[in-house]
Design a protein around this ligand. Sequence first.
Ligand code: MTE
Ligand code: MO
Length: 425
Amino acid sequence: MTDKSDPTTTRRGFIKAGIAAGGAAAAGAAQAGEPDPLITEVQDWASYTGDGVDATPYGMPIEYESDVVRRNVEWLTADTISSINFTPIHALDGTITPQGCAFERHHSGAIELRKEDYRLMINGLVDKPLIFTYEDLERFPRTNKVYFCECAANTGMEWAGAQLNGAQFTHGMIHNMEYSGVSLRTLLEEAGLGAAGDLKDKWVYVEGADASSNGRSIPMEKALDDVLVAFKANGEALRMEHGYPVRLVVPGWEGNMWVKWLRRIEVTNQAIESREETSKYTDTLEDGTSRKWTWEMDAKSVVTSPSPQSPIPHGAGPLVITGLAWSGRGSITGVDVSIDGGKNWQEARLAQPGDDKALTRFYLDINWDGSEMLLQSRAKDSTGYVQPTKAQLRDVRGLNSIYHNNCIQTWWVKESGEAENVEVS
Ligand SMILES: Nc1nc2c(c(=O)[nH]1)N[C@H]1C(S)=C(S)[C@@H](COP(=O)(O)O)O[C@H]1N2
Ligand SMILES: [Mo]
């Protein structure tokens, strides 16, 4: 019998031992010459039958993955109702974020709204104001597209100095899902934009059905471009916390504009200047003035492993360095990685060519000599923009900002394989 609580007896342990026995590169217990009971003995899991197909109508991750969860930082906000939690990006791979661990940000809590009770109103400067039910929305032509959603406050706690120890906390206000929905343009055209006259200087004001309503103004040009009224994410219904049954997807633009539980779209002559776009989600500069309408999320990247929550579990030798890169202005064209705090850079390998306004996974496969590293990544996007250092960003923005911190992140990886959030000057 094997002890299931002992991590060396897991299936993963079995696979690792198998590789070690056959390959020269990996150092493993099997090489010591002792017979490995995981190889030589019939295991527990092969001596009885497993769960039947009726055991799990909707599957959850296996218990051994129970640390791959959202986490919040208690002192950040006064109450969890108006708060944020973070995607465990240090533990994920690929680019798609499972809904179950994708960060949540609410201003007045996640609400329960049934499809039957759902209504979407389009009013204001339209030819005929309309109210859609959920079923109405399902009858319009649909699109599918993967986009990242990043809260403008992502990395916001790091302006004054290295603060939170983990990629989940410094960069985890981001998720990346495949959305299915109707283009906002289709719905606006259904209501008719003739009444709006010249569309150049027009806006839409979008709001949610929750108590906060989270109202935001979006210029008409963007509203008619790639904005989606989405009802599915990663193939299934939106989770309650992500706006079930319908949310707005505003590709490349700050997460706050991605209104959840979308209930109203008003075509207007001017921006509403709501709370969410005046006292919040503007960027205070060194001289005390604030920048407004900073909608686009600048190119950014982070090494997700190794990182403080994902230390190197082995000594010197082959090491996979990996991370995520994204740009709200287009696609990622390249990512450079430095192991010496930005003195020298190597071009990382992109797992897939960069996709428009979606996460890109990068890898750098090195032969680690076991000495400490100052690990950084630097994203480049299709506009030619290069992710700035922290010093470069502070030169332009000062230290009063919260939002839109897209600077290069540094992890100090020690000889032990453990990593820490640091700053290099
Ligand atoms: N109706 C409504 N929409 C909302 C919010 C909200 O509180 N209410 N929060 C916004 C903010 S600040 C962000 S960053 C994103 C987060 O989306 P998520 O919770 O799906 O991660 O939703 C936005 N849409
Ligand atoms: Mo946000």
